[in-house]
Design a protein around this ligand. Structure first.
Ligand code: PEP
Ligand code: MN
Length: 366
């Protein structure tokens, strides 16, 4: 049973320029002092207020660049002093938290591999106890809303009230365009349950390639999320981690400038904003429906081949009657009319039979 979260509104953190989007940008990893300072200065000159850089990097293989470690915290401190930006980095252990507190890091985030691990979340929450530092929690790598909520509860129970979330999508074995599956419906569910939680999207890790950043960032805005965390590097192609998905500071500024943000000042605009959010939800659901229909047709084709190989007739009317009756029964539970469900499933079935017949007539011809 989910508990309520006791949150200090983001407008009182003194971090972000409002209205949205609130922006966090900076390199995937701090690599050298020069790279950090150059990226930070360029971003600051373009109007950024909150700078990110990974110091300890969770990498799949040992031997990959695993971050510069504690010495990078000194560079972040320099960014803070010389540009006036707030600085943040990822923590994955108690040791990371203590180091960040020692170096005056303004905010920390918990990465997707860490938020999936309740032991580490508890360790981090305990290390942060009685501090005033804001914490952003990325969604766990696996699409488990309760795990995400559990991570937030642990921090909140440790007294962290400046809490927010970052949606970066989920690991998947499906062959999709993006690096991570968006799973927006999980973000929408979290948003609905905790509307007071400041909500960021991370289009860089979701997309995995800079060419997708714009569409993902726009979708996040259309869904009404408040913020974006974007990876930006002074020379992205030479980056030691996540090179393909990083933007130059100028490209980051262009991305932000070109977002369509509707403010909700007047009644009419409020309506537009609401309808855009709903449309964005519908678009996602429709995409999912198409995907599901495609998968169903794939299985149907396999069934056709299987029946052909075993010399079985395509149409087994009694089975379809049973399937349809079960769907009609379930329809009521989902608030759908029986007539609607009958129409949709008959159309799907018809197409399925047509496809299976094609397979069979192919066999006859061949
Ligand atoms: C990051 O922000 O650099 C990072 C490692 O992200 P994630 O935890 O989303 O993979
Ligand atoms: Mn990264």
């Amino acid at each position: 049973m989910a508990k309520t979260l006791d949150i200090i509104p983001v407008s009182e953190w003194g971090f972000f320029t409002l209205p949205r989007p609130m922006a966090i940008a900076g390199p995937c990893s701090a690599e050298t002092e020069e790279q950090v300072m150059r990226t930070a200065r360029e971003l600051s000159d373009l109007g950024l207020h909150v700078f990110r850089a990974g110091i300890w990097k969770p990498r799949t293989h040992p031997g990959c660049f695993e971050g510069v470690g504690t010495k990078g915290l000194r560079w972040l401190k320099r960014v803070k002093v010389e540009t006036g930006m707030k600085v943040c980095t990822e923590v994955a252990s108690e040791k990371h938290v203590y180091e960040c507190l020692k170096y005056g890091i303004d905010m920390v985030w918990v990465g997707a591999r860490t938020s999936a691990n309740p032991f580490l979340m508890q360790e981090i929450a305990d290390a942060l106890r009685d501090t005033d530092i804001p914490v952003l929690v990325k969604n766990p790598v696996n699409p488990d809303l309760d795990l995400w909520i559990g991570a937030l509860e642990r921090l909140n129970e440790a007294g962290i009230r400046k809490l927010g979330v970052i949606h970066r999508g989920f690991s998947t074995t499906e062959n999709i365009l993006y690096r991570n599956a968006p799973g927006w419906q999980i973000a929408i569910e979290l948003r609905t349950r905790y509307p007071q939680l400041p909500f960021f999207a991370d289009p860089s890790h979701m997309g995995g390639d800079r060419k997708y950043l714009r569409e993902i960032a726009q979708r996040a805005m259309d869904l009404g999320l408040e913020g974006l965390m974007v990876e930006s590097h002074c020379a992205p192609d030479t980056a030691l981690s996540d090179a393909r998905q990083q933007l130059t500071p100028q490209a980051f500024a262009d991305l932000m400038r070109n977002l369509r943000i509707r403010d909700a000042d007047t009644d009419d605009k409020e309506y537009k904003e609401g309808i855009d959010q709903l449309r964005a939800q519908i678009d996602i659901i429709d995409e999912n429906l198409l995907y599901t229909l495609g998968s169903r047709m794939g299985v149907s084709r396999k069934m056709g081949e299987y029946k052909r190989d075993h010399n079985i007739a395509i149409l087994q009317a009694s089975r379809w009657d049973q399937v349809l009756a079960a769907m009609q029964e379930k329809a009521r539970k989902y608030g759908l009319s029986e007539a609607f469900v009958t129409g949709v499933f008959n159309a799907i079935h018809e197409e399925s039979v047509r496809v299976q017949n094609e397979i069979l007539s192919g066999a006859e011809e061949g």
